[in-house]
Ligand binder design. Sequence first.
Ligand SMILES: Nc1ncnc2c1ncn2[C@@H]1O[C@H](COP(=O)(O)OP(=O)(O)OP(=O)(O)O)[C@@H](O)[C@H]1O
Ligand SMILES: [Mg+2]
Length: 275
Amino acid sequence: MILQLRGISKTYRTKTEQGDVNALTPLDLDIEEGELVSFVGPSGCGKSTLLNIVAGLLPATTGEVIFDGDLMTEPSRRVGFMFQKPVLLPWRTVRKNVLLPSEVFGSESTELGDKVDEVLDVVGLADFANALPQHLSGGMQQRVALARVLVYEPRMLLMDEPFGALDEFTREAMNLELLRLTGPAGITVLFVTHSISEAIFLADRVVVMSSRPGRISGVVDVPFGSDRQISIMHDPAFTDLVFEVRGLLGDSAVEDSETVSPDPGLSGGERQTNG
Ligand SMILES: Nc1ncnc2c1ncn2[C@@H]1O[C@H](COP(=O)(O)OP(=O)(O)OP(=O)(O)O)[C@@H](O)[C@H]1O
Ligand SMILES: [Mg+2]
């Protein structure tokens, strides 16, 4: 067990007329080393809140995060975080953007030099080490962000809609790449997405959340192996999983136009519900 979430809840105290925001109700979850767990749920159900708490960036109101046996109280170098936007500094080259955290953490960037070249090669950016971010496509910029976390050989990656701003084709390519990079290395991944199909395609388990206040409404096991290809999305077993997740989401609005069923008999009011 690499990660244990014990009774995690979050209430944001605000001074606005909105008052306190109960973002997460006490939530428990255990994650095995090397697992890829995706999280789906309506906007505002607390997915980013949860990821920020796991990252040690935000204190939980109650509960604890145990990572590799230790209480997580501050960001760890062994945990990489990736956001929807790549957050690159425009005046720094690709290579220097990848080295940025090492400067922030104060480690020797010379030691990391070879490692940076290796990782840029792995993410397919070997020829762009000296390019500026503005000369890269959105997908390439997100690869830089990925390289920046992989350089530390993280044991766990926390990804908050990392490919949400990419076109579908690029997103699929990034999904395959993510599986290829994290699977064999045994990196544990928590992956937040608004896309049901992306959640299922990537994951060993899909955690479905519901809002107000955020809680886990169900966890769906994904039986596909680690060598999955995009074509599994056409597998009837995949479609069954989409309906299972949709059922758990209930009437929650989730952007996922690409996974709308081609079968009109199963749409709308006839959605499969679970339990
Ligand atoms: N700093 C904050 N202060 C007050 N309320 C907050 C704060 N951050 C988030 N919230 C509220 O907490 C709830 C959960 O927010 P969060 O960003 O975790 O949701 P989310 O599931 O990531 O949403 P999305 O899918 O839109 O990214 C929302 O109601 C949000 O308005
Ligand atoms: Mg969010």
